[in-house]
Design a binder for this molecule. Structure first.
Ligand code: GDP
Length: 447
C-alpha cells in the first residue's frame, strides 16, 4: 500500500489562509480523526479540527475529494486553516501522529502522472504555471497543460508508426520489387516528417526563451555607458522583483517584463584586454553570457576616437543593435568607424544619450519589437525545456539514418523505433525512475 502524504500547498509564512493538502489511502481516516466525520465529496464544510488528545486545533474549511476523481487519483483532502504558522504546525503534528508523512517536492503531481491523469509534458506545465511570472510564460504553460505539446509529438509519432508499419511489411513479406516499393511508400512520408522535425527544431528555442526568459546582453568596452543604459531601461520598464539564481558576480542579470514576456537583461563586465586572472575570468563569463544570449545591445562611446569599440566587436551578431551612446557630446572618429563596421554586419544603429535620455524611446521600441517578433509564433513551440529539445534532436537524427538506410528495412525499422521512443519520452511514461525523479524534484513542495 502507498504512503499517505501531506504538505502545505500555500506559501509558508503569515497569511489569511493556509491550505494543507492530503493524499493517499489514509487521507479519509485522517480527516475523520481530525474533523469528526467526512464532509460530502467535493463540498466544503466548516469543521472544528481536534488533535489526538481531543484539544481543539483550528476552525477549518474541509474539502474531501475521494479517488479516483481527485488531482492525484487517490483519496485526497484539503484543510483550509487560519494562516498562522502555529496553526499549520499544530495540524501538521497531528497528521504526522496519524501516520501521514510530509510530501516530497512534486509528489502530488507525480502521483497524478502515475495515475494517468497527466502526461509528463502536462506535469511539467503545472510546475511552469506555478513559476510563471510573465503573461508569455503563463500562456505557454497553460497551452502545454491543455496538451499542446503532447498533440504535436503524438502526430509525429503516428507518422512514424505508419512508416514503420510499411517497413515491417517489407521485412515480413520480401519479394523482388521490394526496394523500390519500400522507398516509395515509407520514404516520402518519412521525408515529410524529417522536414517537419528539422523545422520544429530550428524554432525550438522560442519555447525555452519564453519559459526561461529572453536573454539580452549589454556589451561594450568599459566606460561606454552600459550600466547607465541598464539603469535607464530598468527605470523605464516594470521590473520583476524576484531574485534570479545563477547570477554571477561578473554578470548582473535584471529580470524585466517586456511586451508580456520575461526578459533577462544583463550588464556584462566591460570587455577589454584583461590585466589579471580574476578579470580574465570575468571577461570570459561576460563573453559566454553574451554569446548565449538571444540578442545584444552593443554600446559604443561615440565621443571617443581611440577605437576601444573594437574590443567587443567580435561578440556582435547580425540582428543586434549598435547604440552610439553619449550623443550629447561631439562625435569622435569612433562613431563613424563603429557604424561602418555595424552596417557591414546587418546591425541596426541608433544614437543615444544615456545621460539625457535622448534616443531612449527608440531603443526601447526596438527591443520591444525584437522580443515580440522572436517570441510570438502561431504554432506551439516544439520544446519548452532543454529536455524536450534533446529528445527532438535524437528523433531527427534517427529519422535521417532511417532515410539513408531504406534499402535495408531491418536497419531502418530499428532507427524508426528508436525515433518513436525518443518522441515518446517527451510526454510518456517510459523513462527510468531516476529520470522521472529528477524532473519532479524541481517542483515545489505541495504540488
Ligand atoms: P560602463 O562602464 O560601460 O558601464 O559605463 P558607465 O555607465 O559606468 O558610464 C561610464 C561613464 O560615462 C560615466 O561617467 C557616465 O556618467 C558616463 N556616461 C554614460 N552615458 C553617457 C552619456 O550618454 N553622455 C555622457 N556625457 N556621459 C555618459
Amino acid at each position: 500500500m502507498r504512503d499517505s502524504i501531506f504538505a502545505l500547498a500555500t506559501a509558508p509564512g503569515r497569511a489569511a489562509v493556509a491550505v494543507l493538502r492530503l493524499s493517499g489511502p489514509e487521507a479519509g481516516d485522517a480527516v475523520r480523526a481530525l474533523a469528526g466525520r467526512l464532509p460530502p465529496a467535493r463540498e466544503a464544510r466548516l469543521r472544528r479540527l481536534r488533535g489526538p488528545d481531543g484539544a481543539a486545533l483550528d476552525e477549518a474549511l474541509v474539502l474531501w475529494t475521494p479517488g479516483p476523481g481527485s488531482y492525484t487519483g487517490e483519496d485526497a483532502a484539503e484543510l483550509h486553516l487560519h494562516g498562522g504558522s502555529a496553526t499549520v504546525d499544530a495540524v501538521s503534528e497531528a497528521l504526522l501522529a496519524l501516520g501521514l508523512r510530509l510530501a516530497e517536492p512534486g509528489e502530488f503531481t507525480r502521483r497524478a502522472f502515475e495515475a494517468g491523469k497527466l502526461d509528463l509534458a502536462q506535469a511539467e506545465a503545472i510546475a511552469d504555471l506555478v513559476d510563471a511570472e510573465s503573461e508569455g510564460q503563463r500562456r505557454q504553460a497553460l497551452a502545454q497543460l491543455g496538451g499542446a505539446l503532447g498533440r504535436r509529438y503524438g502526430a509525429w509519432r503516428e507518422a512514424l508508426l505508419e512508416a514503420l508499419a510499411n517497413l515491417e511489411a517489407a521485412i515480413d513479406f520480401p519479394d523482388e520489387e521490394l526496394p523500390a516499393d519500400v522507398a516509395a511508400r515509407a520514404g516520402a512520408p518519412l521525408a515529410v516528417l524529417e522536414a517537419e522535425l528539422a523545422e520544429a527544431l530550428s524554432g525550438a528555442e522560442r519555447g525555452e526563451r519564453v519559459r526561461d526568459g529572453y536573454r539580452i546582453a549589454i556589451i561594450g568596452a568599459p566606460n561606454a555607458g552600459k550600466s547607465s543604459l541598464l539603469n535607464r531601461l530598468l527605470a523605464r520598464e516594470a521590473a520583476i522583483v524576484t531574485a534570479t539564481p545563477g547570477t554571477t558576480r561578473d554578470v548582473i542579470e535584471a529580470p524585466l517584463l517586456i511586451g508580456g514576456f520575461k526578459v533577462l537583461l544583463a550588464d556584462t563586465a566591460g570587455i577589454r584586454a584583461a590585466t589579471d586572472e580574476v578579470e580574465e575570468e570575468g571577461v570570459r563569463r561576460a563573453r559566454a553570457w553574451a554569446e548565449g544570449a538571444a540578442g545584444r545591445l552593443w554600446v559604443v562611446d561615440s565621443s571617443t576616437s581611440d577605437g576601444a569599440w573594437r574590443l567587443a566587436s567580435d561578440a556582435v551578431r547580425a540582428g543586434d543593435l549598435l547604440l552610439l551612446n553619449k550623443s550629447d557630446r561631439p562625435a569622435g572618429a569612433d562613431a563613424s568607424s563603429a557604424t561602418a563596421f555595424a552596417s557591414g554586419m546587418g546591425v541596426k544603429v541608433l544614437a543615444l544619450s544615456a545621460t539625457t535620455g535622448e534616443g531612449l524611446e527608440a531603443v526601447h521600441d526596438a527591443v520591444h519589437r525584437r522580443v515580440g517578433e522572436d517570441l510570438s509564433g502561431g504554432e506551439f513551440p516544439a520544446a519548452t525545456r532543454a529536455r524536450h529539445r534533446t529528445r527532438l534532436e535524437e528523433a531527427l537524427a534517427r529519422v535521417r539514418r532511417a532515410l539513408a538506410a531504406l534499402e535495408r528495412p531491418e536497419l531502418a525499422a530499428e532507427d524508426l523505433r528508436l525515433a518513436g521512443r525518443a518522441l515518446g519520452r517527451i510526454s510518456g511514461r517510459i523513462d527510468p525512475e531516476d529520470v522521472l525523479g529528477r524532473i519532479f524534484a524541481s517542483f515545489c513542495i505541495g504540488k
